[in-house]
Design a protein around this ligand. Structure first.
Ligand SMILES: [Mn+2]
Length: 267
């Protein structure tokens, strides 16, 4: 039995792993420098790096976390601007001054090792096991390492999931959402390189909303095209994905939600 518990924080895009010894805070998709990309597209937004550092400071204090694990996409640009690399270095230096930082490489984290402070640990994009709570952590753009399928669950980011709401006047708005689905371990394992101990039973997959509040997303109830080899594979029946809002309101399964939308006014 794992000695730690895992739960999403209420109204925050963050997970907390609590154990007897220490708490670990986990966030995904920080996308430092997103506003620089918006600037290129003509939207002038001041740097958000300080705000993101402050938010992480407040969250780690609130839950008394000794460690922060970032599930990939620390930075936004794949071909980064120099300013973005500076912001990213500043972000990691500041955050690692108040909490231990570990990163799982995301698809946007190309070259991140070049400006990583010495006290920050970088893990492979194929994930890492958080032993205390028997949970595998990956970004989601690569398959997990086969041995991670032994875990009770896999937590990932990468999709920035949001759900669209509409009212009768046609107004629309988006909310971040947590996605969860159970998969057969044997079937997932069959997609990976050979492993000598294929585990039995179901594994829980939990997809976190993005930590950066400026990031939009494609609403999964109107256009469900999930990203990443696992979530876009034939193993997933998207109708079976459970959705929960940040305030812990359970929305039901994605298939039911899509049916609710059929015939609803389209603005
Ligand atoms: Mn991302």
């Amino acid at each position: 039995m794992p000695s730690a518990t895992l739960k999403p924080m209420i109204n925050e895009p963050a997970l907390i792993f609590s154990s007897k010894n220490s708490n670990v805070l986990c966030v995904a998709d920080v996308h430092i420098g997103y506003e620089i990309a918006l600037g290129q597209a003509g939207f002038r937004i001041p740097s958000q790096t300080g705000k993101l550092v402050e938010k992480l400071y407040n969250l780690t204090r609130k839950v008394n976390a000794k460690k922060l694990i970032i599930l990939g996409d620390v930075k936004h640009g794949v071909a980064s601007f120099r300013r973005e690399l500076r912001e990213c270095e500043l972000f990691l230096t500041e955050v690692s001054s108040f909490v231990d930082v570990e990163i799982i490489r995301g698809n946007h984290d190309f070259n991140i090792e070049k400006f990583l402070p010495e006290n920050v640990v970088l893990h492979s994009s194929r994930g890492v096991l958080l032993q205390e709570c028997n949970t595998a952590l990956i970004h989601g753009h690569a398959w997990p390492k086969p041995e991670l399928l032994q875990a009770e669950q896999i937590v990932m980011g990468h999709n920035h999931p949001v759900v669209e709401f509409r009212d009768v006047s046609g107004a629309r708005w988006l909310k971040p959402v947590w996605m969860e689905i159970q998969l057969d371990r044997i079937k997932v394992t069959s997609q990976l390189e050979k492993t000598s101990f294929p585990p039995n039973g179901l594994i829980n997959i939990l997809v976190m909303p993005a930590f950066n509040p400026l990031l939009g997303g494609t609403p999964i109830n109107t256009d469900t095209e999930l990203l990443g080899p696992l979530l876009s594979s034939k193993l997933i029946n998207t109708n079976d994905i459970s959705l929960t809002l940040p305030d812990a309101t359970y929305l039901g399964k994605l298939g039911e939600l899509r049916r609710c939308f059929e015939g609803f006014p389209h603005g």
